[in-house]
Design a protein around this ligand. Structure first.
Ligand code: FES
Length: 228
């Protein structure tokens, strides 16, 4: 049997020029995580998590109102105006719709000023009918739960077992039955939206006929109902 001796080339097993650099990086990384540093980092992370646990529920309380603790501007004879300051005629409020209005001559940012003005079938107004000319009613736009702006209206177009007309707060879905003075029918709000008695003046514009029926927004806003 013929015998052959073969020699195979093999790669150079010398350390590569990068090996030293890699070793140095690994060593540096390991040295960076001391026990003390790891404990401090963990404590910091725990602190951040704890802080978030306090801040997140606080954020759900609604918008910060700062020092907006003022007397409501509403009193008999004050006109309702739109965002441009133009008086709101009764004809601007469509059946089943709503508009936002403010007290004439008052800062629109004032919590006590803003209203949501709705119109429903006058026959379905169950309480305070003399506050609702032609089925038009005005309620404070500031939710009595946590102060969000009430900005949704439910107005079923069919009868039967459908729930009635209501205003809904988009923050936590408190629902206010506008046929019964905005009493709370769903959600966390503790009391009705204050209602403003309305009149339609000789020129067809909406005018307050007195102060609001209750204090504005959550109790901590400090905004009262206005004066007669
Ligand atoms: S702010 Fe909570 S339901 Fe309106």
């Amino acid at each position: 049997v013929a015998q052959d001796t073969l020699i195979e080339e093999r790669p150079n097993l010398e350390p590569s020029p990068d090996a030293e650099e890699v070793a140095e990086i690994v060593e540096r990384g390991g040295a960076g995580i001391t026990r003390k540093r790891m404990l401090a980092t963990s404590a910091g992370a725990a602190g951040v998590a704890l802080g978030a646990a306090f801040i997140v529920p606080a954020a759900s309380l609604g918008p910060w109102v700062g020092d907006a603790t003022v007397q409501s501007p509403w009193r008999r004879g004050r006109r309702l105006v739109d965002e441009q300051g133009t008086p709101v005629p009764a004809s601007a409020v469509a059946m089943g719709g709503f508009v936002t209005a403010f007290a004439e001559g008052v800062d629109k940012e004032a919590l006590g000023s803003s209203l949501i003005v709705v119109r429903i079938d006058p026959a379905s107004v169950a309480v305070r009918r003399d506050w609702a000319p032609q089925g038009i009613m005005a309620y404070s736009k500031i939710c009595t739960h946590a102060g969000c702006a009430v900005a949704m209206m439910r107005y079923p177009l069919f009868s039967g077992n459908a729930p009635g007309p209501a205003l809904v707060c988009p923050c936590h879905y408190s629902t206010f039955d506008i046929t019964h003075g905005a009493r709370v029918v769903f959600g966390p709000a503790g009391r009705p939206l204050p209602q403003l008695p309305l009149q339609i003046d000789a020129s067809g514009y909406l005018v307050a006929d007195g102060p609001l029926s209750g204090d504005v927004g959550p109790s901590w806003t400090g905004v009262d109902r206005g004066s007669a």
